[in-house]
Design a protein around this ligand. Sequence first.
Ligand SMILES: Nc1ncnc2c1ncn2[C@@H]1O[C@H](COP(=O)(O)OP(=O)(O)OP(=O)(O)O)[C@@H](O)[C@H]1O
Length: 364
Amino acid sequence: MTIQTTDLPNAGSLAADSGGPALKVEGLWKIFGAKADKVIGTGDQALSRKDLQAKTGCVAAVKDISFEVQPGEVFVIMGLSGSGKSTLVRLLNRLIEPTAGSVVINGEEITSVPAGKLRDLRRRHMAMVFQHFGLLPHRKVIDNIAYGLEVRGEGKAARRQRAQEMVDLVGLTGYENSFPDQLSGGMQQRVGLARALAVDPQVLFFDEPFSALDPLIRRDMQDEVVRLHHEVGKTMVFITHDLAEAIKLGDRILIMRDGEMVQCGTAAEIVAHPADDYVRDFVSEVPKGHVLTLRYVMRPVRPEDSLDGPVMDPDTIVRKAARAALASAHPVRVVENGQVIGIVDDEAILRVVVAEEDSAEGES
Ligand SMILES: Nc1ncnc2c1ncn2[C@@H]1O[C@H](COP(=O)(O)OP(=O)(O)OP(=O)(O)O)[C@@H](O)[C@H]1O
């Protein structure tokens, strides 16, 4: 099923139309503390979080973060506890005020709009899925899902119909009239997902939505997000402390530490070229063959290379290429836009696969 964005009044009235990024963040800061507004513009802004706190009593939860998210992208913000993820996501929908910087969602400067307009933007163009579900306990599933539509004044018949579509979309058909406490954690989070999708937001924010779930349910829910993203193609900003979750879901991943952005890129970029020892440590146990693409293992073409090997796209995952590559007597030609841009020989494939097995042995 495809969600019809045109079914809803005002759907798309912002700027799916704007043609630019879905989300643009520039120089965003959040400093907590009595003297928070006296840090930026002084030498203190360059201090580490620890030193700033020792000197001024202020905590720089988010420090000078900039990035863009393209329409339809799943963008994951990842970091350990205390790295500033929750503060950052709250700045993005302005649940808290930034100390400095700007957030633009589909062309609207969120950081400076007046309160009434902000409320309207939140109701129509953003939705959030929380770790602790945030469902209304005395409302049935269907009424929880319809809640956002009710708040923005849509008629009963239209919101019922939309809520039922969302119930079906997230696989809760038959549970419309249950109450949240009659559902398992995974099912409650499906209600949370359906509620967020019901308002047809331009950007969906997820704040560690699956952290409270058992590992198996968590994996199901990650699959569910992948599936829903395929179906509805929404721009998603997903917060997690779990690298495996980040890799599974994210088109790109932003890694935070102590409020700062350490690296931002695709999983393959991050695994292939970790920005520093902190990231290297993080990615050391990632199964590289499942993440790296041929682009990161190919070498330049040499005149003596055979041109009889299989042709593959540079974004092919090494694991997926391995069987065909190793079965061929000739090395793989990596072709982009009709041009051979590199060669992948057996050694390159084996280096990745063997490194992966070594790291798996190291774990056990
Ligand atoms: N209201 C606040 N007042 C003072 N300090 C705060 C406040 N909120 C967050 N902090 C501090 O800002 C830093 C970043 O916190 P934040 O909750 O954003 O991190 P996080 O990565 O989301 O961590 P977690 O996963 O544990 O929630 C921490 O040092 C935290 O103590």
